[in-house]
Design a protein around this ligand. Structure first.
Ligand SMILES: [Zn+2]
Length: 312
């Protein structure tokens, strides 16, 4: 029986893959292993070895290396399959893969979308408990989104809501109305903040939108006051170390802010973000944090448990 401790101590990725884990910051259509998708596309695709300049540069890489192999909706669904197959492969028992409203529409509307996703969950990762996340973009027309919320959330299928994309596109305050409505449906409130923005941006967004979790949030490390506040209010940061390095948000695993955030009492988790770009699984993320002496086995175990208990 593989244990987290022995797998890390023996530097065994294959043993670590057997240990139950969570991935609660991961984007639908960009999850799963490059190798799995490349085999279907009958080609070979190599992950970028160079960091990306920004989110646009990353998207360009994705469009020309992954999306170029899509043949319409079939290619997109293969990417959804890739994400669930990876959850099974890496024993991800708690998964919060996120999807945008445009994907819901492209897959035939909310009811068709839900039955399609349930099929992929059941077929490719039946042991994975899937907690669907609705992903908005910081660039969205907020009134247009607000008008769609009842239709989308009234199925009680989505368990959380998020905002991703360019943090500087519009003030976070513009999303307050949407988040109050989402709150009335009982979904978890999260948002991408403090990846490109500041520590103050993290605190402002948590207060205005009443977030319980922040995707990334690593800029909080720049302010003792914000870290104290996040710790006091038990605001969880869902962190993706390789993503942060590949987007030049952190200089190395060794110097990654996750250590200081954890040591300041903030609940953190370890996640993949866009596995189909960054090519680093949850098991590999844990191993990198361990071999680079960022966190001890005991500390990583606390983080693993935080992830597993996020939805309980
Ligand atoms: Zn993300």
């Amino acid at each position: 029986m593989a244990t987290f401790e022995t797998a890390l101590r023996e530097n065994s990725i294959s043993e670590l893959m057997l240990v139950p884990k969570s991935d609660i910051h991961t984007h639908g259509g960009k999850g799963g292993r490059i190798k799995y998708f490349a085999e279907w596309a009958n080609t070979s695709i190599k992950a970028s070895e160079q960091p990306f300049e920004d989110l646009n540069d990353m998207q360009n890489w994705f469009d020309s290396n992954i999306k170029v192999h899509d043949n319409g909706i079939g290619g997109y669904l293969k990417r959804v399959e890739t994400a669930f197959a990876q959850a099974k492969e890496d024993n991800i028992v708690v998964l919060a893969l996120s999807f945008s409203i445009s994907v819901i529409d492209n897959l035939g509307g909310i009811d068709k979308f839900i039955s399609t996703l349930n099929y992929y969950n059941k077929t490719f990762a039946p042991e994975t408990k899937y907690y669907p996340e609705l992903s908005l973009s910081r660039e969205d027309d907020v009134n247009g989104v607000f008008d769609r919320l009842n239709e989308i959330l009234s199925r009680n299928w989505f368990k959380s809501i998020d905002i991703c994309g360019n943090e500087l596109a519009q003030p976070i305050k513009n999303f307050q109305k949407i988040y109050r409505k989402a709150q009335s449906y009982g979904v978890k409130l999260k948002a991408h903040i403090g990846e490109f923005g500041t520590a103050d941006d993290v605190m402002e967004a948590v207060e205005l939108l009443e977030l319980s979790e922040v995707h990334h949030g690593i800029a909080a490390v720049k302010s003792k006051e914000v870290m104290r506040w996040l710790s006091k209010h038990k605001i969880q940061l869902n962190i993706c170390p390789t993503s942060n390095i590949m987007l030049k948000r952190a200089t190395s695993y060794y110097d990654h802010p996750i250590k200081e955030l954890f040591e300041n009492g903030i609940p953190v988790t370890v996640n993949t973000d866009d596995l189909l770009i960054f090519d680093s699984s949850v098991s590999e993320e844990y191993m990198k944090l361990y071999v680079n002496k960022v966190l001890s086995i005991e500390e990583l175990e606390v983080i693993r448990q935080t992830g597993l208990n996020t939805y309980t």
